[in-house]
Design a protein around this ligand. Sequence first.
Ligand SMILES: NC(=O)c1ccc[n+]([C@@H]2O[C@H](COP(=O)([O-])OP(=O)(O)OC[C@H]3O[C@@H](n4cnc5c(N)ncnc54)[C@H](O)[C@@H]3O)[C@@H](O)[C@H]2O)c1
Ligand SMILES: [Zn+2]
Length: 470
Amino acid sequence: MARVCGADLNRHIALIGFMGAGKSTLAPIVAERLGRRAIDVDDELGVDIPALFAQGEEAFRAVEAPRTVDLLEDPEPAVLALGGGSIKSDEVRDALGRYAFTVLLDVDVDTCWERVKATDRPLAKDETTFRRLNDERRPLYGGVADAFARDADGVILAAAGVHVERGALAKLGGLVPGDGPVALVSDAYVAGIHGMDAQLALGPRLAETHELPSGEEAKTLPALDRLWQALRLGRGGTIVALGGGTTTDAAGYAASAYVRGIPWVPVPTTLVGQVDAAIGGKTGIDLPQGKNLVGAFHWPARTVIDPALLGTLPEAQRREGMSEVVKTGLLAGEPLWELDDDEMVRRCAAFKAAVCFRDPHDQGERKMLNLGHTFAHALEAAAGYEGVTHGRAVALGLVAALHLSGRDIGQVEELLRPEPVHVDRDRAWEALLRDKKGALRLVLLGDDGPRWDVEVPAEDVRRELDRLIA
Ligand SMILES: NC(=O)c1ccc[n+]([C@@H]2O[C@H](COP(=O)([O-])OP(=O)(O)OC[C@H]3O[C@@H](n4cnc5c(N)ncnc54)[C@H](O)[C@@H]3O)[C@@H](O)[C@H]2O)c1
Ligand SMILES: [Zn+2]
């Protein structure tokens, strides 16, 4: 199973925090997005909480602690909302350490008080006591939490090991898990822009620096051969990959096989990388026969996303990424493209992280991320991978997928301005059939969200493909 920060994706996610932090509200939202059960520990106690509390806090904790531990010992991964004070118990803290990825919902005390002051919670009867209790518990929460979050996206990102923060590059040294040596592997062009900042941030952990060729040439056997031969790290080392999707795909694959596999940390510098390529653990390289034909699932020890790095990205590269942003927004059913850059990146990254969390090895719902991509790949292949960029092809593919879904294409046209491409129609059709091998199953957008493996008649697919070609 894929592993995250030393923990596997099958651990429980436990939400802790003060009364009113939103644990019970967020647990079902996070659980639904991760395809898990939500468990509200208070509801599982089977007691009248105010009545039991009236007998004293000790009496309540004596019921709460063993029940919480029981629920944490259940091997089926869930999202648990813990009682606000349950972490005072040693057994609960110990069980959290063993079975859960623990996220502290970090909400200020004023907000918490506003939410609970009118409820019948035993410990929220007066504001002074409430605030004193918050001061007392704060260090305890900090001591058990594996991560902090404010909302559902934050919980999902933390559990998937994805850190999104403007300015994160400057903190890179502290964000790379472990304390062993680091090899920095950069895109040769990006190394000249952000490489020095990355080196400084890695500080004394930086043991070696390497460069991969810019662009798709990084994803070739000769480039990997050179990298593997130059690496000096042992088993205790970590590869940090600085660059776009080509760098992170290649360096991640290098890490998956080097000395039989070492941890890696992508630091994506393109929009494609930040919303797509650096998330979800797919790594790989191309062969002359086709793209991404050799690779591995190798979930990053952490993904460090600094939206400030996009400041130096050429406009054409930004447009490449916007096609994936629009795809993500369509899948999520929200206009994520309207958000400012930092929030857009954070929300898109969380969407992909959740899908990959549910299906790390691409056996089911992860297929939804291919919305529009069957057409895109056919157009790219027909152009011999020259002249038609992936982003441009995806913009066209989204138009075809929306048509077949009976949806309006106005928004995609306005946002991405897809222009038909000059490629050979028969060559594109043959490429599409080769890609599909057998029945034509596509990702479409239903009224209640994306559906995948939808069989579509060949003549409809061919008609839509033809419309994308000038
Ligand atoms: N693993 C996955 O799940 C996944 C998902 C999507 C895409 N991909 C892969 O990602 C690759 C495409 O990635 P990409 O679009 O990031 O391209 P890329 O890595 O080739 O980067 C594009 C160009 O931008 C330059 N660049 C990168 N960051 C920059 C910055 N901050 N400022 C200025 N210039 C910068 C690079 O030098 C390069 O020339 C493809 O190979 C694709 O297969 C993988
Ligand atoms: Zn894509």
